[in-house]
Design a protein around this ligand. Structure first.
Ligand SMILES: [Mg+2]
Length: 240
């Protein structure tokens, strides 16, 4: 039996990190009321993800870089994430982290966790001499409003016809992307979204649950791609 090729795409905030760092940084170093209002507008589709990040960066008042770094260092990741990466390596499955957050804290956390080899795509953040946060959006796409880093494009660009695409996520920035994936692992807001939109998914609590499920899928004799995802991918190719 030929080995099945899974391509694994993983959200960062709230999926790998235990809390949403993007949000938490602004709640820690900004006006909580303003931050909540901006995020509420995003969740109600009144503003785009890019507009949300720009507004949040404007509210942040960070006393010094060390305060920001210490805060990031206090945030834990789901320890079972290491198991998933080891599992992918053992099985030769490609994996990518797709984040609508920022490279600044992802780099710092991956360094701490000895995971700097993981390929990832995210928005970018620089800090100027007045400790103001300046966001950049290298992967913006006007067709992806709920994520300033258009995750859908990364899925399409990094998977081929023979691949089974797997997406693991938890929230708003994953919503439009899961439509294009064959196997979806969802929790929290993403789970509720999949239920509402009648998108087939697997619920999960941690990455060990994902590994168990992938083991089953891997050994299935006739594994099928999700038909709706195939149609969506074809549609996206035609438009571009
Ligand atoms: Mg998330």
């Amino acid at each position: 039996m030929t080995q099945k090729k899974f391509k694994i795409f993983i959200d960062f905030d709230g999926t790998i990190s235990k809390i949403d760092i993007g949000e938490a940084v602004f709640e820690q170093f900004g006006d909580k009321e303003k931050v909540d209002r901006i995020i509420k507008n995003l969740l109600e589709d009144k503003i785009t993800a890019k507009e949300c990040w720009i507004a949040l960066c404007e509210t942040a008042q960070i006393p010094n870089k060390a305060a920001l770094d210490n805060f990031i260092d206090s945030i834990e990741i789901d320890r079972t994430f290491h198991n998933l990466i080891n599992y992918c390596k053992e099985n030769n499955f490609d994996y990518y982290v797709l984040s609508d957050g920022f490279d600044y804290y992802i780099d710092r956390i991956f360094l701490r966790e000895n995971l700097t080899h993981i390929p990832y795509f995210s928005n970018k953040l620089t800090i100027d001499e007045d400790i103001r946060l300046i966001p950049f959006f290298p992967y913006i796409d006007e067709n992806c409003l709920s994520s300033a880093n258009c995750k859908r494009n990364h899925v399409i660009n990094h998977s081929g016809d023979d691949d089974f695409t797997v997406y693991i996520g938890d929230g708003n920035s994953d919503k439009s992307t899961v439509e294009f994936c064959d196997f979806i692992f969802a929790k929290h807001d993403l789970l509720r979204y999949c239920e509402k939109e009648r998108i087939t998914f697997f619920p999960y609590n941690n990455f060990d649950d994902v590994i168990t499920r992938l083991e089953t899928l891997k050994t299935k004799k006739r594994l099928k791609k999700r038909h709706r995802a195939e149609l969506k991918r074809r549609e996206a190719y035609l438009v571009e």
